[in-house]
Design a protein around this ligand. Structure first.
Ligand SMILES: C[S@@+](CC[C@H](N)C(=O)[O-])C[C@H]1O[C@@H](n2cnc3c(N)ncnc32)[C@H](O)[C@@H]1O
Length: 276
């Protein structure tokens, strides 16, 4: 009892510190102290920041491999040796769309690839001849770990650091037959997410595959605007973003209740429009 009161008082004192002090403190705690394995300390220290500025908070944690970023790598990365049920389903849907459209991509981009685990799954299961695989992410630590593990496994996948908010820094004139962006757009507000969808579509030759959290009460396609979920990430209408950018939705899945590892599922597969 007295311990929990003491702890609450401790957190209240911590929240009294200005954000410009708490941000470096959170990074230091997570990076250089015995607490570094317990990233929730760092993110809890920034709870109010997460609620007030979800996009900036998400950028901070993913670019510093904090909190959810570290947990994600442990639970779903290459080392875990298993793809989450939701990504298994995404891969299955993707294969079905490729087959039904008779598409055989040669150049594949995964935008927001983490350590490249989903690309690796596709590299092994799609068996595309002479394909090139590129993964881009903002999380340098996940990329370094991924590069080591992919090289040891003899993979052809290349990983590089890149920010989806500054695509011109790394994408140049490149075009890809297949572009994946799974579980990433939720970390951007509606305007930025729509901009990224438009930009990715411009560099897509055959198929763009997007995924994000499903709205629990209504189909995302009927949302008039984006909403912020309990985990301080965004729930978007990706169908509308694709159409606004001139793309065409070919296939979609909206599955709000957690049949698959407790996650809601919302996938949108799109082709670039004529204007692209
Ligand atoms: C939930 S993980 C999803 C990883 C992978 N796409 C998958 O489906 O398993 C989100 C990824 O988006 C990346 N990310 C977040 N913001 C980003 C940005 N601005 N630019 C590039 N990647 C970003 C994170 O670093 C993280 O690896």
């Amino acid at each position: 009892m007295w311990f929990s009161s003491l702890r609450r008082a401790g957190w209240n004192c911590a929240y009294a510190l200005p954000l410009r002090v708490r941000k470096p403190l959170a990074l230091a705690l997570a990076g250089y102290t015995p607490l570094s394995k317990r990233h929730w300390y760092a993110t809890r220290l920034l709870e109010d920041f997460a609620r007030r500025q979800p996009e900036n908070f998400q950028r901070l944690i993913w670019s510093h491999h904090l909190g959810r970023a570290a947990e994600y790598e442990r639970a779903h990365g290459l080392l875990s040796g298993q793809l989450s049920a939701s990504r298994m389903l995404l891969a299955r849907d993707l294969m079905a769309v490729l087959e039904s459209r008779k598409l055989s991509p040669k150049r594949v981009l995964d935008a927001g690839c983490a350590d490249g685990h989903f690309l690796r799954h596709l590299e092994l299961s799609l068996s595309l001849q002479n394909a090139t695989w590129l993964g881009v992410d903002i999380d340098a630590r996940a990329l370094r770990a991924g590069e080591r593990r992919l090289a040891a496994a003899g993979s052809q996948i290349r990983l590089r650091r890149g920010d989806l908010c500054h695509m011109s820094d790394w994408i140049g004139e490149q075009a890809f037959d297949l572009v994946l962006c799974a579980g990433v757009l939720r970390f951007f507000n509606a305007e930025h997410a729509a901009g990224i969808v438009a930009r990715l579509l411009r560099h897509t030759l055959q198929l763009l595959a997007l995924s994000g959290p499903a709205h629990r009460q209504c189909d995302n396609a009927s949302l008039k605007g984006s909403e912020i979920g309990a985990d301080c990430s965004y729930i978007h209408n990706l169908d509308a973003m694709v159409e606004y950018a001139g793309g065409q939705v070919l296939w979609r899945r909206w599955q709000p209740a957690g049949r698959t590892d407790g996650q809601s599922l919302y996938f949108v597969f799109a082709a670039p429009g004529f204007g692209n």
